[in-house]
Design a binder for this molecule. Sequence first.
Ligand SMILES: *Cc1c(COP(=O)(O)O)cnc(C)c1O
Length: 360
Amino acid sequence: MSRVYNFSAGPAVLPEEVLREAQAEMLDYKGTGMSVMEMSHRSKAFDEIIQEAEQDLRDLMHIPDNYKVLFLQGGASLQFAMIPMNLMKNKVADYIVTGQWAKKAYQEAQKYGKANKIASSEDKTFSYIPDCSDLPISEDADYVYICENNTIYGTKFKTLPNTKGKDLVSDVSSCFLSEPVDVSKYAIIYGGVQKNIGPAGMVIAIVREDLITDDVLPGTPTMMKYKTHADANSLYNTPNCYCIYMCGKVFKWLKKQGGLEAMKAHNEKKAKILYDYLDESKMFHGTVEKESRSLMNVPFVTGNADLDAKFVKEAKEAGFENLKGHRTVGGMRASIYNAMPIEGVEALVEFMKKFEKENM
Ligand SMILES: *Cc1c(COP(=O)(O)O)cnc(C)c1O
């Protein structure tokens, strides 16, 4: 068996320790004589799994008591509809469009009301985060929406927008648990877990309680009401049990690493290794304005598509997987989530240096 360094944007690398634990418990979870995949979501064993997972997440993020933690299906993409269906009381919302995912959310919201694009960075291929200190927030906006870390373009909000008192909704799929956050600044903070936490197929939505009501847009399906899932503690129907189990293990792993402060320090150290090299290299260049750089997703190019392709091919042969950039951007992208060890980033930079020397 040999593990590669997996730089995939998602589904992505998981901590090896967590995978080994899951492997050890595969056939017999804690004396139940069955795998978590085979067990009732109403069983005592699973009840402990989901409750512990929620508590560990609450501890990690210091989630205030007036927020519900929901384990939902449908991916982050379903939230693009669920958010307006549950929150658009005035049928107005303001969107800051900083990449494809924000754009998709913005387009989806247009089905349910008036979605305003109040800022965008599309003029420079989403390579920066616009100044959001004094935006034309709509008087009657039900919420302001951002995608906090732009997975495809590698940008991240370093300060939250000034929403002028309006509720903030944030998609944190690709920066979930990468650093501490102040949950109380958000109305909803949510993300698909397959980027930085667990396997694909689940979203965690942390929703302020006063937003969880029966007052949703007419026609909202039962399954798309936050209240349905909040009232049932995410067990209204069969949840993604195995994913909850795996996420729970990752939460415990994160606690063991020292929590989110420690992850932030670790992530900054890792990203610096790569960005420092990109800044000094004569061949490779980062594509993002320095002030907006993400700690999680690092896009870069040589400026020559043939050379990019050669690099991706040779990197793969050397055990560096999934470095090809998103199909809409080209070039390369290294996603260096929590579970990517620092050795992986160091080895990648060594490989890039060697490639640069050989191909200049
Ligand atoms: C991957 C991603 C999504 C889409 O996630 P799905 O679970 O595939 O729907 C949405 N937002 C961001 C920021 C992402 O990185």
